[in-house]
Design a protein. Structure first.
Length: 244
């Protein structure tokens, strides 16, 4: 049985503060974890969580992925931007042109995100988080389509995008050039293997698709935590957890 997207995770120096910021933006309920982590729980039980995990190092450089938030109207876009600024976000200049309709912001720890203008057809009917927009190759888009068994909804000019068969947030990759992978990504995906699935068979399947395992041993890497650490074909870290 295929792994499911359990969470999109951020390493954070202040997980609780970042959780409050994003809970305020999205209106999702938050829950404290056992190790100082904070999770935002999706309103749709079938959706993914957003997790903020304690990380000692401050963010350095741009993330390889960011959220694109949708807007139903120009007024809603303005309200989202004002709410983000009021919660501690800030405007960010990444070279966007004045005529572009989206607004680029950063959360209190510098993680970039965009508030997309109303009328964006590519993100229509995706929900408040329209996309996790990533730097990445065409190969990595194909990998994640196979890993999650999410169909490709865009494959053109080396840019790819996938979406769950049930709809919701898209994951996109912008194609080359892709910045070199240096250090550990602050943002990563966490997958969950269903409790009735063959754990080792699923790990082997991901490796056959092009992933590499970054921990030693044949079982879960963190003892009783039931988790292994892996990298996708572009070198991005992700984790696979057992559902208990």
């Amino acid at each position: 049985m295929t792994s499911q997207l359990f969470a999109i995770c951020f390493h954070a120096t202040r997980p609780a503060d970042l959780g409050r910021f994003w809970s305020g933006i999205l209106g999702w309920e938050s829950a404290d974890g056992p190790d100082g982590d904070v999770a935002l729980l999706p309103p749709d039980p079938g959706g993914f969580r957003i997790r903020f995990l304690p990380g000692p190092e401050p963010r350095a450089g741009r993330n390889r992925g960011h959220f694109d938030l949708t807007s139903a109207s120009p007024e809603e876009q303005r309200r989202t931007v004002e709410r983000a600024l009021g919660l501690g976000g800030k405007h960010l200049d990444v070279g966007q042109l004045p005529e572009e309709g989206h607004v680029v912001l950063a959360d209190p720890e510098g993680n970039e995100f965009c508030v997309i203008e109303a009328g964006n057809t590519f993100l229509a009917d995706t929900g408040p988080i329209g996309a996790l927009a990533c730097d990445g190759t065409r190969e990595v888009g194909y990998f994640w389509s196979s890993a999650l068994r999410w169909p490709l909804v865009w494959d053109q000019d080396e840019e790819t995008a996938i979406q769950s068969p049930s709809g919701g947030t898209k994951i996109t990759w912008g194609g080359p050039p892709v910045a070199p992978h240096t250090g550990t990504n602050r943002l990563f995906l966490e997958l969950a293997v269903p409790a009735d699935a063959d754990w080792q068979a699923e790990v082997d399947r991901l490796i056959a698709l092009g992933a590499t395992r970054t921990d030693a041993g044949e079982g879960p890497s963190d003892g009783d935590s039931g988790r292994v650490s892996m990298r996708d074909p572009d070198g991005n870290e992700f984790s696979v957890r057992m559902t208990r």
